[in-house]
Design a protein around this ligand. Structure first.
Ligand code: AMP
Ligand code: GLY
Length: 425
């Protein structure tokens, strides 16, 4: 089978490596992939947002199955466009991807179907939003409606910061049209859990839970990033919580999407907060999370491609999705300065006794074959262990076997999860 994976980060590398385990796969193309992914797939210089070129390529190469991984092409309708030329793909249609593409849509969906989430108001008018901010509880959370490279959420600790956030989104348009509408919502507290799930629109099968570490610096300080590391499973996500989420959140969401004629097929990501009043949805993503995928897929004990095909065909069953009892940890190695200004172009070397899994997020391959850094997040070093402690220790041991100039990584990935485990025991 010829497979095409749209995207080019660490998440896509993890997907590609897992798909490669399927014996029927003869070739995998990555669009655009990156210099590290090139070790596992044929990289093609087509951007993930260039739907026309993606479809043409898939037609020409007679691709048997496509996986559309990032949010942008999904929201732009890549899966629909592939379907039009008869190429089956894993991922939601444009109509279903709106669950991530519009925060106004997802909040209204949750309100309409009674799915627990933060209280909120929607504003299209800047002055009305500013008026509301005069009396609403502080801190408050301001969210741009549309996609904003993961930066469209501002937590305002003061009334002035909230006003500035609204002005930056609605007047200065820092996120372009994404900020034409904003959601202003209640600030919630509690541990966060990421739950990725496979769903074919009727059946929903959650994957192993995980915990992201979004801030740039140790102790959850510094700027928000695309994610500096992950662990799985997430110790806060007990069986009791999982059962409650299935009943109150996962199934109602799948049903709601069906009811709205937006049947969701693909990976639906539930970003949850475990509040004192129970689990609530912080955000939905219409795709695999990054870097959650880098810890979730190594723990998947069954065949990813089989699951993806079953999902796309509407034939998903629970028994084909099996996870191991182990734990995994991913430490993201970034370029110093990320998520702001950073330099690239430094050679990456991996010691020969490296004994983990390397998922490359941002790298380029030079003509002489050397792989050099090519992004903010450069790679994810992943290790598995019988316990979370073992996975974390191993991952950091392996980080020492990977070197590039100006490398920066957090030293405390998994610490909070380990502390939560101790508390529970
Ligand atoms: P992003 O990945 O940029 O969407 O970041 C969203 C992050 O903002 C979440 O992971 C939460 O940590 C935080 N957040 C979003 N909504 C709320 C909320 N209502 N209350 C508290 N924190 C929130
Ligand atoms: N790790 C969060 C995301 O993929 O959006």
């Amino acid at each position: 089978m010829k497979i095409m994976v749209v995207g080019g980060g660490g998440r896509e590398h993890a997907i590609i490596k897992k798909i490669k385990e399927n014996k029927q796969v003869t070739e995998i193309f990555a669009l655009p992939g990156n210099g590290g992914i090139a070790a596992d797939a044929t990289c093609v210089g087509i951007g993930a947002k260039d739907i026309k070129a993606i479809v043409n390529f898939a037609k020409e190469e007679k691709i048997d199955f496509a996986v559309v991984a990032p949010d942008d092409p999904l929201v732009l309708g890549c899966v629909d466009a592939l379907a039009e030329v008869g190429i089956p793909a894993f991922g939601p249609t444009k109509a279903a991807a709106v669950i991530e593409g519009s925060k106004v849509f997802s909040k209204n969906l949750m309100r309409k179907y009674g799915i627990p989430t933060a209280q909120y108001e929607v504003f299209q008018d800047k002055d009305k939003a500013l008026e509301y901010l005069k009396t609403c509880p502080i801190p408050t959370v301001i969210k741009a409606d549309g996609l904003a490279l993961g930066k469209g959420v501002i937590i305002a600790e003061t009334r002035q910061a909230a006003e500035e956030a609204v002005i930056s989104m609605m007047e200065d348009k820092i996120f372009g049209d994404s900020g034409s509408s904003v959601v202003i919502e209640e600030f919630l507290t509690g541990p966060e859990v990421s739950v990725l799930s496979f769903t074919d629109g009727n059946v929903v099968v959650p994957m192993i839970s995980s915990m992201d570490h979004k801030r740039a610096l140790d102790g959850d300080k510094g700027l928000n990033t695309g994610g500096m590391g992950t662990v799985a499973p997430n110790p806060y996500y007990t069986q009791e919580v999982a059962d409650r989420c299935m009943k109150e959140i996962f199934l109602p969401t799948i049903e709601a999407m069906k009811e709205e004629n937006r049947e969701f097929r693909g990976c639906l990501y539930f970003g949850l907060m475990l509040t004192e009043k129970g689990p609530k949805v912080i955000e939905y993503n219409c795709r695999f999370g990054d870097p959650e995928t880098q810890v979730v897929l190594p723990l998947l004990g069954s065949d990813l491609l089989d699951i993806m095909i079953a999902t796309a065909e509407g034939k998903l069953t629970e028994d084909i999705v099996r996870f191991s009892q182990e734990s995994a940890c991913c430490v993201v190695m970034a370029s110093k300065g990320y998520p702001q200004k950073y330099d690239t172009g430094y050679p990456i070397t991996v010691d020969k006794d490296f004994d983990g899994v390397l998922y490359v997020a941002g790298a380029k391959k030079k003509e002489d074959g050397t792989v050099i850094t090519g992004g903010g997040r450069v790679l994810g070093v992943v290790a598995k262990g019988k316990t979370l402690q073992e996975a974390v220790t191993k991952a950091y041991e392996q980080v020492d076997n990977v070197k590039f100039e100006n490398a920066y990584y957090r030293r405390d990935i998994g610490e909070r999860a380990l502390a939560a485990q101790t508390k529970e025991a």
